[in-house]
Each structure stands twice: as structure tokens, then as C-alpha cells.
Ligand binder design. Sequence first.
Ligand code: HEM
Length: 143
Amino acid sequence: MICLATLFIAEMNLILHIIILVVLFVSLELKFMKRLFLHGATMLIALVLHVISFILVMWPSFRLSYPYGYNTFSFITVTHAILGGTTLILAIWLIASWRFQRSLKSCSKRKNKMLLVFVMWVIALLLGILLYLYLYTTLVPWL
Ligand code: HEM
């Protein structure tokens, strides 16, 4: 049986994942609207939320129940962890290189890397949501 506290923490983490996804797409839209400073600032918000989720939930949970074995569930968990962890490091680097400078010339040079980080981030979040559905609902019994 799943303890209520565990379920509550998992649900909070799910909500954080969904909020981060929304913030990422809002930020991308801001980039298309050429509101580039706001694009950088909203990516910073997404990063802070990701760090909170990582420190409070994902890292402790990964350490407590490292997914041993060769099955689809372990594969998805490890892929989610590797993609999520790498995204975290690259996103910190992208935002630290910007340092709120008004001139965005140096940021423009990194736009291919940003696209890569964006795609990795979205995949990591979707895998996280899939793991929640598998662990706490009956929606993905095939995993
Ligand atoms: C983790 C952080 C970030 C992610 C995931 C991200 C994501 C993206 C994506 C997907 C694009 C479109 C790339 C393309 O058109 O091929 C882009 C473009 C861009 N981003 Fe970011 N970004 C991030 C951080 C930042 C920061 C901190 C700045 C600085 C303000 C910034 C400024 C720009 C600029 C100037 C462009 C190119 C605009 C253009 O030339 O059309 N980004 N970003």
C-alpha cells in the first residue's frame, strides 16, 4: 500500500512537472515574439522549479529506490534521470552564461544548444509524468 505522504509528494512533483512544461512552452512563445529578455527570465523560472523538484523529490527518491533490473520501467527511469540531470547542468550553464546582460548577442550564438536542451528537457518531463502514471495509477499497465 502506498503511504499518503508518498502520494502527496509524488502529486506535488507531478504538478511541478506540468508547470515546468507550461513555462517552457510560454518561454518558447516569448522567443518567437522576440521578447528575448523575458524568454531568458522564464527559462530561469523553469530552472528554479526543476532544481526544487530535483532536490526535494527526485534525487532522494532515486537514491532510495534505484531501479535495478532490465525491464522497461528501469529503462524509462534511468533515461529520465540521465536526461533530466544533463538538462539541469546544461540549463544552469546557459543561464549562467547570460548573467542578465541586456545585450543578447552572446545568447544568440548558443541557440542551437538551447534547442537541444529544450527538446531534452521536454522529453525528460514527459518521461517523469509517464513514471508517475505507472507508479500511482492504472493508466499504463504495459510498462
Ligand atoms: C535552459 C535555458 C534555455 C532554453 C531551454 C532555451 C531555449 C531556446 C530555444 C528552443 C530557442 C530557439 C532555437 C532556434 O530558433 O533554433 C532559443 C533561442 C534563443 N534564446 Fe533561448 N533558451 C534558454 C535560455 C536563454 C537565455 C538565458 C537567453 C538570454 C536571454 C536566451 C536567449 C535566446 C536568444 C537570443 C535566442 C535566439 C533568438 C533568435 O535569434 O531567433 N535563451 N532558446
